[in-house]
Each structure stands twice: as C-alpha cells, then as structure tokens.
Design a protein around this ligand. Structure first.
Ligand code: FAD
Length: 380
C-alpha cells in the first residue's frame, strides 16, 4: 500500500524525538539533526527542483506540510532562516547552475548554515555606500573590510556577501558573492544585546578568500540580486510559527493566547483598558495572518508584524510590569526577553522609516526622497 502524504509526514514526526535526543543538548547539533532528517525523508525544499535537493510533488506539498507540522517544528529551525528564506531563493534567481548545485542541497539539509553580510558601520539604511572591497587575485577574490550586526555569524559556514568590486560609488560596482566563513581571514566578534544574548556580531575580513566563481549574478551588478534578497527577508521576517511553547528567542510577536492566559493569571481580565488592548492584539494577529496569506508588498507585512510585536510587549508591561525585571525564573525570562527584544524588529531587515519610504516610492508612486549626495544645481 502506498503511503499518503499525511502518513509520510506523521511517520517523520513520530521518529523525530529519537533523532533530536541523539543530537544531545547543543542547539546547533540539534538544528542540523532536524534538518538532515527532514531532508533525508524528502520533506525539505518543496517547490525547489529535485536536482537541487528539493521536491515538486505533491504540488501543494509546502502548504500541506505547514498545516501538518503546525506546533511540531523545533525552535532550532530558525537557525536556517537566512539560508532557506534569503540565500536559497536568491541563488535560484541569480546563481549559476554550478552554484545552485553546490549550495542549495546543503542549505536544505542543514549541512551548511548561512549568515547575511550586508550592513557595515557606515552603511545600514544607506547600503549602497558600503565599502568592503574585493579584488581579483588569480582564481580568488581577496576581501578586506568590516560588516556589522551579522546575525548568527558565530555558527555560520557561509555568508551571502555584498562587496565593492568596481571603482564607481553607489549601487554600481557592487557584487554579491558567497563567503566561506571558516578561514583565517574571517574574524567574528560577538555583540551583546540588551536581552543579554549575543545573537549578532561584527565580522572583520583581512585578506579573506572567495573562489572566483562564487559570484551570484554579474560582477559589478549585484545590486539587483541584493534588493531581491531584501524583499525575501522582509517577507520572512518575524513570520514565526506558534507551536504553543514559550521560548525566550526569536523575533515573532507574542501570540495572543499567551497574553490572554497572562491576563487570566493576573486578574486583569475585567480591566477595561486591558480588555481593549487585548482585543486590538487579537485583531492585529488576525491581520498579520491575512497579510501573509494575501502576499501583499513585503514592507506592509514587515511593518505590521513589527507593530504587533511592540504592541504585544507593551501589553505585558502594562499587565505585569514586575515581569519585565527578570529575576531568574524561566517564566520571567520569557516575558523579559520578548519585552526587551521587541524594538529590534523596527531595525533588522530595514528600519520602519525605510519600509515607509519604499512603500511611498515603489508602491504608491510618490516622488523619490532627495538624494543627499546628489550635486546641488546652481540657480543660474
Ligand atoms: C536584530 C537585528 C539583526 C540584524 N541582522 C543583520 C544581519 O544578519 N545582516 C546584516 O547585514 N544586517 C543586519 N542587521 C542590520 C540592519 O539591517 C540595520 O540595523 C538597518 O538596516 C539600519 O541600519 P543602521 O543600524 O546602520 O541605522 P541607520 O541607517 O544609521 O539609521 C539610523 C536611523 O535613521 C533613519 N534613517 C536612515 N535613513 C533614512 C531615510 N533615508 N529616511 C528616513 N529615515 C532614515 C533610520 O530609520 C534609523 O531610525 C540587523 C539589525 C538588527 C537590529
């Protein structure tokens, strides 16, 4: 008898606890074990051609899997966010055949973890002013410069890197390439956040080497691929799945049902102000899921999820301000993390102001904002 898709998924999830237990306590070992087993079972990479390690049948496999896996995906899946939701789709669009075959299967199976090497101390919102430079030396690019706010660099094998290769300033002369992170020319230094965690890093390149062919798209014309990757990032950021488990990690907004149970425990349920805020949080959560399903402009979804994360955190602070001062219990740590972490969404993946500029200019067709670097026209 042939196994139905639902049975296949069920079989996989029944075997998963043994695989995760065998991987031990280490978060990255568990993450890799989860992805490898997903890929070995043929459940990784729906919609991606089989020659790159993906799977095309059943046609609605991704949607079915999402439904069947609801609440069962381990939190370690977030380790692969940049690889799966940003690097892979960009490689599919802009990578050579050789790069697709080299990188996509290993990203799907969790063998290689990715980070995003875009922001620099002098180039965040104004990314085209980046100055990390790559120069061709025989069969390799030699890279020098610095990146900052690189999430997950400390455990990444590869980085999707933007560098200047041409002499021009601005968007021309930028190239996208893949940086192998484990080499003497790459130094990763952690940056501590106000949550106490160090999820992101400074990354220094001193004569770091990249194989000549690991360029994604065209040399000096990486800006198109770069903006496409940002659109993928905005679509995926903070989407997070609610598996009902309280985790002091991730950037998704606090699910409504956690707030409701806190209100019940805190005897705030009858407070008219809290009730109003909870109703808004519930509506916000519904809007968030509808925006995801309707596939609206990525900046709309990102702005809404950011607003939802901040609003939910502020309700917690109103109901139980003492929870915000973390005193050591896991319960305190959970609320404390989400409160302190909520502002990050307004920055990571492009700030709120930049999302609004993008919507104004690209979606509404408003005039572009003045370029501060443009030469001033004389009045004569
Ligand atoms: C949690 C987190 C994770 C991150 N992970 C990564 C990562 O993995 N890889 C990576 O490359 N980067 C990462 N970043 C960096 C992120 O992309 C930048 O912080 C962001 O693009 C803003 O750049 P900046 O910090 O240099 O701020 P700036 O660009 O200096 O902005 C400062 C302020 O000025 C405003 N501003 C700037 N320009 C304009 C304008 N034209 N119009 C209106 N307002 C403007 C901004 O909105 C902001 O409020 C991460 C950031 C965070 C917070």
């Amino acid at each position: 008898m042939t196994e139905t898709f639902a049975e296949e998924v069920e079989h996989f999830f029944r075997g998963l606890p043994v695989i995760l237990d065998a991987a031990g306590e280490d978060e990255i070992a568990r993450a890799r074990a989860w992805r490898k087993s997903l890929s070995d079972t043929g459940l990784a990479g729906f919609g991606i051609p089989t020659e790159y390690g993906g799977r095309l049948t059943p046609a609605d496999g991704a949607r079915q899997l999402q439904k069947l896996a609801q609440g069962r995906v381990p939190p370690e899946e977030s380790t692969f966010g940049i690889g799966l939701h940003m690097a892979v789709p960009t490689l599919l669009q802009y990578g050579s055949e050789e790069l697709k075959k080299r990188f996509i299967p290993a990203a799907l199976s969790g063998e290689e973890i990715w980070c995003q090497l875009y922001s620099e101390p002098g180039a965040g919102s104004d990314l085209p002013s980046l100055s990390t430079r790559a120069v061709l030396d025989g069969d390799e690019w030699v890279v020098n410069g610095q990146k900052v706010w690189t999430s997950g660099a400390q455990h990444s094998d590869l980085g999707i890197l933007l560098v200047r290769t041409g002499e021009e300033a601005g968007k021309s002369g930028i190239t996208m390439m893949v940086m192998p992170m484990h080499q003497p020319g790459v130094e990763v230094r952690p940056l501590r956040q106000m949550t106490g965690d160090a999820e992101f890093n400074e990354v220094f390149f001193s004569d770091a080497r990249v194989p000549r062919d690991w360029v994604v798209g065209e040399i000096n014309d990486g800006w198109r691929a770069a903006t496409q990757l940002l659109a993928h990032e905005r679509t995926s950021l903070g989407a997070g799945s609610d598996d009902g488990v309280r985790k002091a990690s991730g950037s998704a907004a606090l699910p409504f049902h956690f707030l409701r149970s806190l209100a019940e425990q805190s005897d705030c349920r009858e407070d008219i102000h809290i009730r109003q805020e909870l109703a808004r949080a519930y509506s916000g959560e519904m809007i968030m899921s509808w925006l995801t399903r309707r596939k609206t402009h990525p900046s709309i979804g990102k702005l809404w999820r950011t607003r939802q994360a901040r609003h939910c955190a502020s309700i917690v602070a109103t109901m139980r301000p003492q929870l915000i001062a973390h005193e050591g219990s896991d319960e305190d740590l959970f609320w404390n993390y989400h409160f302190l972490n909520s502002p990050r969404m307004s920055l990571g993946g492009g700030t709120d102001e930049i999302q609004r500029n993008t919507l104004g200019e690209r979606a509404l067709g408003l005039p572009r904002e003045p370029d501060p670097q443009a030469p001033v026209k004389s009045k004569d």
